[in-house]
Design a protein around this ligand. Sequence first.
Ligand code: GLN
Length: 540
Amino acid sequence: MAINKKPIKYIFVTGGVLSGLGKGITASSIANLLKARGFKVNLQKCDPYLNVDAGTLNPREHGECFVTKDGAETDLDLGHYERFIDEEMTSASSVMAGKVLLKVIQDERAGKYQGDDVQIIPHLTAAIQDYFVIASKGFEIQIIEIGGTVGDYESLSFIEAIREFGIKVGKENCLYVHVVYLPFLTASEEIKTKPAQNSVRELRGLGIMPDILVARSEKTPNLDIKKKLMLFSGVDLKSIVLLPNATTIYEVPLTLEDSGIADVITDKLKLKKVSPKLSEWRDVVRRAKTKFPKTVKIAMIAKYLDNSDTYLSVIEALKSAAWHNNVNLVIQSIDASEYDDNDNKKIKLMHKKLMSFDGIVVPGGFGARGLEGKIKAAQFALDQKIPYLGLCLGLQMAVIAAARNYGMTDATTFELNEEANNKVIITMKDQKNKAMTGGTMRLGNYSCNIIDKTLAYKVYKSTTILERHRHRGECNNKYVDKYNDWGIKVSGINEKNGLVEIIEAIDHPFFLASQFHPEFKSRPNRPHPMFDSFIKTLII
Ligand code: GLN
């Protein structure tokens, strides 16, 4: 394997004790601090799942599927990466075990191993390392997060790959950050370090000595705990960071900055010392922590209610728009499927509930469950002139709602009834015969032309935009002529194929819906215009 001549620096972030510790936030925060020092930084996520990409993972268990500009369906951590460093990731930043295994097997079939016995070590580990090298091209620092928990059978190949990689690129070019957890025992009122000690031992047993230890905890530990950690882990005191729960994830870079860890990193990697530009980020954190006099309440008509990560980018986009407009935000999820049947009593209750909100958001989604409930919410928003923001599925439901409100009561979508007469939403032509497997939808960036004198134009102040997609359905153009009668209009269109990209209601304070996912391009310091304008409407 060819290692780039230019010494790119690699930082590996592993996790121990338990999952869900915030490795992604730690990796993103380190990237944020290095970018603030002027370095060209990239991030990458390795996941032990045997899926080829995140497109086929269950959003209920795994959270949102984040889509990159080049159309990769990835782990939600890539969304954190983009939000924390304000750079767009590509498919190279997402490496799932299934993708690497597939590559190795395809190479084997193509005769690329020339009769060698193909093995986990060195072939699979080399293939993993190739992905590090490819992704890091053109950057000064590549930060690679290894999903899962050290010691898991599943992630062993990745751990071995990063160990070997460290030897190949040399100590000055590689750094290992291990994120551990310090549990708090209520009975004895103390924070325990034993699981963290064991986790470091486990990592050492796999041949990796961590350079930096990030210790997560619910409560703020006594500083003495660092000495204990140093003694047992062998990591020097200044390379141990305590990271108690933050009030907002966006505060983590600042906590890390205060800990001096960025200097430890630049020292160890022999990088130039620069003082960071963090004023814009500090402003984000200040806003995120401010209690504003005004609050806006948003109803999110959702399907997956037991995992807030499912709608992570939507929630972050709403939050950043709220901070930007100096208002507090309350988002309440409403289970759309509760209103799927035509039970008038329930529908009345839904209407009553919706009246207590300033605005309604219908996010993306797949499958029939909850669709009728979402359509009813959109119908109510149209009727009652409640501000409405529709995201992908939210556009499709809005079109059906408008048709039904007008009187076409059997208006529907391919997801509810493929055989229906009045399918106002259909499967895209090139999607018809595709199996329901990953990577088959209309994915990633597509351009959209915005029509003048529309709300969409007011929002974007631009006639051409580029937004990210993930869908297999589209507006049935057969009905577009009827939109005016239905009280809606097309305000954004893909010129190449005539696909409807944005619709809005004609006589409504704010009813805007897109076939794309604007949430993926929103940033904590730069809310996306659709979210920003939506929140602005709610304040008036
Ligand atoms: N299920 C719809 C489609 O495939 C909407 C997709 C989405 O919301 N991402 O077109």
